[in-house]
Each structure stands twice: as C-alpha cells, then as structure tokens.
Design a protein. Structure first.
Lengths: 116, 155
C-alpha cells in the first residue's frame, strides 16, 4: 500500500478513461511500441502520451526506451488487484442471490398464505 | 470487462413467480432470512419501499451488539418488477458517505412459472473499497461469505 492512495484506487482511476482502457486491452496481447499503440487513436501524440503517463504512474503499464523506440507492456499485478476486488463484490452478490433463491424455493412456495 | 466500469450483473432463474420473490425482498421478516448468511443475524431496521424511503439493515454475530450493515435509500420501486437502491443517500435523499458507494438495480421478470432475477450493481470506483477494507469489511461480509462457501461446498 502506498501512503495516500491504494493500488486499487489507482487502477480504477486509470481505467476510468476509454482511451486508457483501450490501451490496456491492446497491451494484454503483448508489448507494443508507443507509435503503433497511438496509431488507432484520433489524438495527437502529446495527448496520447498523457494517457500513457497516467497508466504508467499508476503502475498498470511499464515502458522502456531502446534506441529511438519506446515500447509499452502491461503490468499484470496491479490489474489483478482491481479484478480481485470486483470479483469479491460479485461473489457477495452471487451468494446473496443464491440465498434468496434457496429461501424462496424452500420456504415460500406452496405456503405463501402462512406468511401474512 | 466488468472491471472497466466497476459494475457487475448477476442473474438467476428462481422457481417461484415474481409476486413471491417480491415478498422475499419486501417483507422484513423474509428479507432478514436471506440478506445476510447464517449464523450472522440480520435485523431489518428500515425497508420503506418508495422513492426516497430508507433501507437499513444491521448484523450481529452471537449475542454481540448489532453492527451497521447496509444503509441506503430506495430510488425506484415497481412492485413485483423492480427495486433500486443506493448507498450514497439515506432516507429522504440525504447524502451520506457510505462504506461502499453502490447502486443496486434489482429486476424481476416472469419466465415460465418462475422468475428471472437480475441484480445489476454499479460502483463509483475503488476508492471506497479501500475504506471498506480499512473498516473491517472483510471481518463482516467477507467472513459471512467464507461461511456460506463452506456451507455450500459442504452440501
């Protein structure tokens, strides 16, 4: 944990933007040079670099410059934190729904009159 | 994909008509039976089913004091069809700082002789989740979930 923001906060903040989500999604398939990564987006390279910087500062991606080419790749650990949190929320709601279904089906069918 | 906007959707076919499933949600004595997994005891404090109406449940283990569980406000109520609540407001639309900001959209659709039950849950972002963890979320709902998992897997 960092001092004033958790990895999870960072991950979600970084992923709140559609361009950054698209970048992460693309990098899931492997490392990509910045220029190729920027190509599909209708924005100038400086604007695009700002998005990369957010992702890099928040630890979702890494980049390295070799010669004149900067290449980006995904940093899976940070993403996993965000996914784990949402998976936990999902598990809670799944379990609640299971309990509702079990309760309705075992206690409320055929004896509804008794409930009032 | 769900990670991107921090929302999730759960759907289940329940073997009872929407009117019955609605009762399980809308009557405190029924809600208390399934909203929190046993052995944690659920107390339904507010279940005021109208837009702006309060929704509050508390929980306790053993003979301890009841602890906060959910505090929220209903946004939309369509009997036997839809129920929406959020935790960023409490009764009377009063804004609050919740443990975990979420809006839950529950829908019931008749399907055959049963009910297609769908829960769509929207989260603001993960900033709350850290607070949630700091405040002992994992000892409350998390523990409850572990117990449920043990129960389900044991059966």
């Amino acid at each position: 944990m960092e001092n004033n923001k958790s990895p999870l906060d960072s991950a979600f903040r970084a992923l709140a933007d559609p361009t950054r989500r698209a970048v992460v999604s693309r990098l899931m398939r492997g490392p990509v040079p910045v220029k190729a990564l920027a190509a599909p987006f209708a924005m100038g390279l400086p604007s695009f670099m700002k998005h990369l910087r957010v992702l890099e500062e928040d630890g979702l991606i890494c980049s390295e410059k070799v010669g004149r080419v900067r290449t980006c790749w995904i940093e899976p650990a940070r993403l996993a934190v965000a996914e784990a949190w949402l998976a936990e929320q999902r598990a809670l709601w799944e379990a609640g729904t299971d309990r509702l279904a079990a309760y309705v089906e075992t206690h409320m069918t055929g004896s509804i009159e008794d409930d009032d | 994909m769900t990670t991107e906007d921090a929302s999730l959707t759960i759907t289940r076919l329940i073997g009872a008509p929407p009117a019955t499933v609605w009762k399980a949600w809308s009557m405190p004595e029924h809600l208390a039976k399934w909203w929190i997994p046993a052995p944690i005891e659920c107390q339904v404090v507010k279940l005021d089913l109208r837009p702006g109406g309060g929704f509050e449940t508390r929980m306790r283990e053993g003979n301890g004091a009841f602890q906060p569980h959910v505090e929220g406000c209903f946004l939309d109520i369509a009997p036997e069809a839809r129920l929406v609540f959020t935790t960023v407001l409490r009764e009377g639309w009063q804004p609050i700082e919740p443990w975990l900001a979420l809006t839950a959209i529950i829908t019931l659709d008749a399907e055959g002789s049963g009910t297609r039950y769908t829960a769509r849950v929207l989260h603001r972002n993960a900033a709350d989740s850290r607070k949630h963890a700091d405040m002992g979320f994992h000892d409350g709902w998390g523990t409850a979930l572990d117990q449920l998992a043990a129960f389900v897997e044991g059966g």
